[in-house]
Every structure is written in structure tokens, then in C-alpha cells.
Design a protein around this ligand. Structure first.
Ligand SMILES: Nc1ncnc2c1ncn2[C@@H]1O[C@H](COP(=O)(O)OP(=O)(O)OP(=O)(O)O)[C@@H](O)[C@H]1O
Ligand SMILES: [Mg+2]
Length: 495
């Protein structure tokens, strides 16, 4: 049995690593002999089989091929309809995890408990959906760990570095920047900032538009007319993008059966111009991370590159310019998250993490300047607080004879209730006939598994109520439903 196993469930590629007896992690290849498995599922219409990985990505009908579900893990409305059944992103992820579990256990023995990585800015629902996916695949999640944390753990382990490290993880779908401090064997996360929808796939889409424009100029017709043609062109654009990380110029022949072929040339310079805005956004995120850790670029001892898109020379140059030192990579940039996750499975006690979102409550706040009162999100645990942590804030009741105190638990940074998620509510019955202004203490605590507990204490009566906050909104499966779907998935043929 493999005791310490880590899985990087990526937007484009997924990987599994285990900790060897000598304490070093190693990637376990899949049954196709590949170290990483494309996070793609193909629903075959002839035989009842689900293909996962390269065969799914490169073959077949695009209408039956599911890509990049990770982008929708927190979207209850993102339902994929296939052969009369509704599939959630979590179930598609379960198919990917099932293949990893089955293939890799042939090499390392039974795999039951795992650490799975998620982007630092994954919210409660996306984290829950990831755990549900693992359960459906027959895996118990020991811990979810943030991807940049896992990468940093691997970097610190393999390079023996000390000091402040900024991890820049630009993958297929997300950008994460994390700043952490390594002292001896201990790692303390200082801050994490992330952007969804900023990654290699966005570069591919931009390049595809440029391809289409050039093609139209030459052929006076569109480069693609259906999804199959679009996917093929997108693939060509991605290949060209990768080549441009090594070469200054590439030539490609693109086209389709109806309008014919055209030859197009692309230089690295043109590509860099096309993605300039995205690179600027990435840099802004780095600055934001430095800001929230109250650090200057010169305070960072090591800049570490993670994620396939960090191979783009412009990305390295941008970081080099900003920090005045060349960024380092920890070996294979696509593998270090999974490797770090396997290390994390054993080392987690020595890693101090922060919470990735702010938690608070909705309260009536008086604005002295305007003389107005309005409902606002009042933060109790600010983002980037070291975890585990516990914070208390005092509030007062706002009405006479208030019989029930209702405390909404929010997740998000904004003052405006419209822009935060209400993830739970506590109600507490209090004695009658009291004037407004009675004190209520609200305590939130946050444990290392990113679980929030809330305690409400009515000071005057001493009555209190505590709950473990768990996101129960749309998209969260009940235990019975989860069991039902798990047994359904287990009967499936996955190749
Ligand atoms: N040489 C290269 N030059 C540019 N981009 C590359 C290169 N090699 C890989 N990529 C891009 O890296 C991305 C995949 O990176 P990675 O495997 O780190 O992502 P992921 O883990 O699947 O995604 P995420 O971390 O966002 O969930 C793809 O968009 C791919 O095109
Ligand atoms: Mg990744």
C-alpha cells in the first residue's frame, strides 16, 4: 500500500506522486506510460466506455469530449449532458481520479488516502466538489492543499532553500502566487493571491484568434466552421505557442477541408504582444501578493517558477525585471505540485498555512460621515490570517424585543453584501423584552482543514450556539446522493 500519495488535479494535466521509503517523492506513470494524464474525458458512443487522458484528448468527436472541468468546480449550473444523463464537473473529475487511482495502484499498491491540490483561491464550493470527486473515485482526502504551497514544499525539500520564497504558478487555467518563509524544516505561508481564467488556455484562445485573422486575410474564409475544426486549430495554436518558448519564429500550415490550407508565420515578438495584457495582469497579482505580505521585491530571496506556462520566456523576463534576480524552477514545472503534495501528506505538521478568503457576518453599520446605517459585510477573520485561528468581534442587537438573533456567515472580501457568499446562518433565541443594543459576541474559528466554526454568545443571558459552518448551497451533494453516484461511477468502464 502507498501510504503518502499526492494528486495534482490540474485544469489540463493531472499527476500522481507517492513518497518512497527514502523520503523522496516520485511521479507514478499511468497505464499508458505517461507521467502526467491530460484532464480530459471522452464518452464513447459505441461501447459504454469513458476514455481518460491522451486518447480522450486527441481522438474522437469533440461533442463527446470534456475538457477543463476544473474551471467550473464551483458552478452548480455547469451541467454536461451526455447520453441522457447530467454530469457535474465533480463527476467528470471523479472519472479522471478513478483512472489515476486504478493505473497508479498497479505500480505502488493500494491507494486509499490522498492529498489533493487545489488553486489557492478555490472557494468553499470548489473545494467541496473536489472532495466529492475523490470520494466518488473511492479515495479518502487526507487534506486539500493549495497548489503553490505544495510546489513550495517540493522546492524547499529538493533545493534545501531557506528564506522568503515567491512561488509563481502559471498553469493551464489559473495563476497562483504565494509568498512563504522557510526556516529550517518549517514553512510558513505569508500570503496567496490567485486569478481564475488566467493561464495557458487563455493564451491559446488569443493565438487562435490571430490565426483566424491571418487565415481570413489569405483565404477570405473562416478558419473553422464547427467545433471539430476549432479544436484542431486550437491544438495547432497551442503547439506553436510551446515552440515559441524555444524558437523566435514558427511557421504553420493551418486550414480546413472546405476552404483549404494556408501557411502562416508567427514570431515570438508577435505572440508576446498578443499576451501583453495577460502578462500585465499576472504582474499586478504579484504586486498584490507583495503588498498584502507588506514586502518589497528585494525582500524575496527566491522566485520559483511552477506550471507549464511559466516556460514562456516573457514570463521569466517579467519576473526577472521585477525582482532583479532570475527566477528558478524546481525541475519539471508540471510535476512539482504533485511531488509536493506527496511530501505534504507526511510533512503537513510543519507547514503553517493561511486562510484564503475572509470570513465575516452581515451587520448594520453606522456611517458617521453620512449619518446613514446600512447592512454591510463585517469581516471577522481577514484573508491571509495564519491558521488555525480564532477571532471574536462584538456586535449589538439592532431592535427592541429582538427574540431571535440571526448571524449570517459570509465568505468574501467586499463590504457590499452583494459581492460576498453567505455560506451559513446561526439563529439563537434570546429572552424577550430587552431593548436594542444588547451585546452579542461572534467568534469564528478556522482549522487547518479550512473548516470554519462559528460561535454566537448573547452576553446578557449567557446563551450560546456553535455550529460547524459547511457550505450547503446549490451544487453540494447530500451524503446519500454522493453514495448513489459513487456506486454508479464504480461500475463504469474507464480506460
Ligand atoms: N513550453 C511551453 N511553453 C508555453 N506553454 C506551455 C509549455 N509547455 C506547456 N505549456 C502550457 O502549460 C499549460 C499546462 O500547464 P500545467 O500542467 O501546469 O497546468 P494545469 O496544472 O493543468 O493547470 P492549473 O494549474 O491551472 O489547474 C498548458 O496551457 C500548456 O499549453
Ligand atoms: Mg497546475
Amino acid at each position: 500500500m502507498a501510504e503518502f500519495v499526492g494528486i495534482d488535479l490540474g485544469t489540463t494535466l493531472s499527476g500522481l506522486a507517492y513518497l518512497k521509503a527514502d523520503g523522496n517523492p516520485e511521479i507514478v506513470p499511468n497505464a499508458d506510460g505517461e507521467r502526467l494524464t491530460p484532464s480530459v474525458v471522452y464518452f464513447d458512443s459505441h461501447e459504454d466506455v469513458k476514455l481518460v487522458g491522451t486518447a480522450a484528448r486527441d481522438g474522437g468527436d469533440p461533442d463527446r469530449t470534456i475538457f477543463q472541468v476544473k474551471r467550473y468546480m464551483d458552478d452548480p449550473e455547469h451541467i454536461i449532458k451526455m447520453d441522457g444523463k447530467d454530469w457535474t464537473p465533480s463527476e467528470i473529475s471523479a472519472l479522471i481520479l478513478s483512472k489515476l487511482k486504478r493505473d497508479c495502484s498497479k505500480i505502488v499498491g493500494d491507494i486509499n488516502e490522498v492529498v489533493i491540490t487545489v488553486p489557492a483561491n478555490f472557494n468553499e464550493l470548489a473545494r467541496k466538489s473536489t472532495i466529492a470527486a475523490a470520494e466518488m473515485a473511492g479515495l479518502k482526502v487526507r487534506r486539500l492543499v493549495n497548489e503553490p504551497t505544495a510546489a513550495a514544499v517540493y522546492y524547499a525539500h529538493s533545493q534545501g532553500v531557506q528564506g522568503r520564497v515567491l512561488v509563481f504558478d502559471l498553469g493551464g487555467g489559473t495563476l497562483d502566487t504565494t509568498i512563504l518563509e522557510v526556516v529550517g524544516d518549517n514553512i510558513r505561508i505569508l500570503t496567496s493571491e490567485g486569478a481564475r481564467h488566467l493561464g495557458g488556455s487563455n493564451f491559446d484562445e488569443i493565438l487562435l484568434e490571430a490565426y483566424d485573422e491571418q487565415y481570413r486575410k489569405q483565404v477570405s474564409a473562416a478558419l473553422f466552421n464547427d467545433e471539430r475544426q476549432r479544436r484542431r486549430s486550437l491544438h495547432a495554436a497551442e503547439d506553436a505557442k510551446k515552440m515559441l518558448s524555444k524558437l523566435q519564429r514558427v511557421s504553420d500550415t493551418i486550414g480546413n477541408d472546405t476552404s483549404g490550407l494556408a501557411r502562416i508565420d508567427l514570431t515570438r515578438e508577435t505572440f508576446e504582444k498578443l499576451i501583453r495584457n495577460m502578462i500585465t495582469r499576472a504582474l499586478m497579482l504579484v504586486e498584490q501578493a507583495l503588498d498584502s505580505a507588506k514586502l518589497k521585491p528585494s525582500d524575496i530571496d527566491h522566485v520559483v517558477l511552477v506550471g507549464g506556462s511559466s516556460r514562456i520566456p516573457k514570463v521569466k523576463q517579467m519576473l526577472e525585471k521585477h525582482f532583479g534576480k532570475s527566477p528558478k524552477s524546481c525541475g519539471n514545472v508540471d510535476e512539482c505540485v504533485a511531488l509536493g503534495a506527496a511530501l505534504f501528506a507526511k510533512k503537513s505538521a510543519r507547514i503553517q498555512e493561511v486562510c484564503n478568503q475572509s470570513y465575516g457576518t452581515l451587520a448594520m453599520i453606522y456611517n458617521a460621515a453620512t449619518g446613514e446605517e446600512k447592512v454591510q459585510n463585517s469581516i471577522v477573520i481577514p484573508k491571509n490570517s495564519s491558521i488555525p485561528c480564532s477571532r471574536t468581534q462584538m456586535y449589538v442587537t439592532s431592535e427592541d424585543n429582538e427574540r431571535v438573533i440571526e448571524v449570517d456567515i459570509t465568505q468574501g472580501e467586499d463590504e457590499d453584501p452583494k459581492y460576498v457568499d453567505v455560506i451559513g446562518r446561526i439563529t439563537l433565541e434570546v429572552p424577550p423584552n430587552r431593548p436594542k443594543g444588547c451585546e452579542v459576541a461572534v467568534t469564528f474559528s478556522y482549522d487547518e482543514n479550512q473548516r470554519v466554526r462559528a460561535l454566537v454568545v448573547d452576553k446578557q443571558s449567557g446563551r450560546s450556539r456553535e455550529v460547524a459552518v459547511s457550505y450547503k448551497g446549490a451544487g453540494v451533494l447530500s451524503d446519500e446522493e454522493l453514495k448513489r453516484r459513487s456506486s454508479f461511477l464504480r461500475q463504469m468502464r474507464i480506460e
